[in-house]
Design a protein around this ligand. Structure first.
Ligand code: DAH
Length: 339
């Protein structure tokens, strides 16, 4: 009898199945209520005492082998779909492929690039991790200038020379160091400032810098360029340049667009004035040209910087700047049609 059981063990070990039904038949044959194992267990009491030990071992071995076989075969059949083509439901609806949307910052950035490329501006970029020279010194920001205050600037590690750029004006410097006039370039990018995060301000945001250097460039050229830009982007023609101060431009101005006072929202976003500030501008200070290796006696130029987040919020009625960096799909999905 023991030999017979050993044969059954070998048989169980080499058993193969193509379907769940075959596995079930195998299970019933060995492990079922009226299966072989129960028969042998019932036989146990009739076995001679000196053989009981060996008999017990082999039937246990048979039981384990059969049980393991059933488990592994079941698992294999679950994993490999054995559904033949006959079971394939060709009328089942497909998995929906969800389309992504461009981020509102990218949409606005691309729109602005389009507008300026039509009047001969190229696109340039610079690093977000900058050194003191490109972010401050070359831009006529002397060492004691308040804008260099630790409160505004994120420094990298303990090296006061390496920082996260606080504006894209640093790209102006890099561009002038590497290119001679005529220069017409715009530089979009992310900037960082150590500011409290709220609905209106963030510790990182996006700017777009413009730079135009050539012979005989005047303030009238600056104004006309900004006029063209705002008309194309906002569809609003009226702008105003308010005298201001930036260390890297002289004279300097703040750029306002006349937004209007037609709706309640217009009142809110313009604080009842109808005017909206979108950035700063001015004639590049001759010191900056000299710092960057451009002959200030021969050339002059203008520069401007606008906030991309601000413009995206205006154009798409986004009320909280934090939405722009949270990557909430419910928010981003809304820009599918704005591609
Ligand atoms: N860099 C300035 C800022 O971050 C913006 C700016 C003002 C850029 C005037 C310019 C400029 O190029 O001419 O606030």
């Amino acid at each position: 009898m023991i030999d017979k059981i050993k044969e059954l063990i070998a048989e169980a070990e080499s058993f193969k199945a193509q379907s769940k039904e075959e596995v079930e038949a195998f299970r019933i044959k060995y492990l079922g209520k009226k299966g072989l194992l129960n028969d042998y267990f019932a036989e146990f009491k009739n076995v001679a005492n000196e053989q009981k030990k060996e008999f017990g071992q082999v039937i246990n071995q048979l039981k384990n082998t059969a049980q393991n076989k059933v488990n592994t075969l079941k698992e294999e059949l679950e994993n490999t779909s054995t559904d033949s083509l006959g079971n394939l439901d060709l009328s089942r609806p497909g998995e929906p492929i969800t389309l992504g949307a461009r981020h509102p910052i990218s949409i606005v950035k691309n729109d602005i690039i389009d507008i300026f490329s039509r009047i001969g501006f190229n696109v340039s970029e610079g690093p977000e991790i900058e050194d003191d020279w490109h972010n401050f010194t070359a831009l006529n920001l002397p060492e004691y200038h308040p804008a260099r205050d630790m409160q505004d600037t994120f420094f990298i590690q303990t090296n006061p020379d390496i920082l996260l750029r606080t504006h894209t004006s640093s790209v102006q410097v890099r561009y002038m160091e590497n290119n001679q006039p005529p220069i017409r370039t715009i530089s979009p990018g992310r900037v960082y400032r150590n500011e409290a995060i709220s609905a209106r301000s963030h510790c990182f945001f996006h700017q777009l810098e413009g730079l135009y250097i050539d012979k005989d460039v005047s303030f009238a050229d600056l104004k006309q360029t900004l006029q063209y830009f705002t008309t194309e982007l906002f569809g609003k023609a009226k702008i105003r340049l308010r005298p201001s101060y930036f260390p890297f431009t002289e004279p300097s101005a703040e750029v306002d667009v006349y937004w209007g006072l037609e709706t309640e929202t217009d009142y809110k976003i313009t604080k009842g004035t109808g005017w909206l500030e979108i950035g700063g501008c001015g004639m590049v200070d001759p010191n900056v040209l000299t710092n960057c290796g451009i002959d200030a006696n021969e050339y002059s130029g203008f520069a401007f910087g606008v906030g991309i987040d601000r413009i995206a919020m205006l154009l798409h009625q986004i009320s909280d700047i934090r939405l722009l960096s949270e990557n909430d799909i419910r928010f981003l999905d809304q820009f599918k049609s704005a591609l």
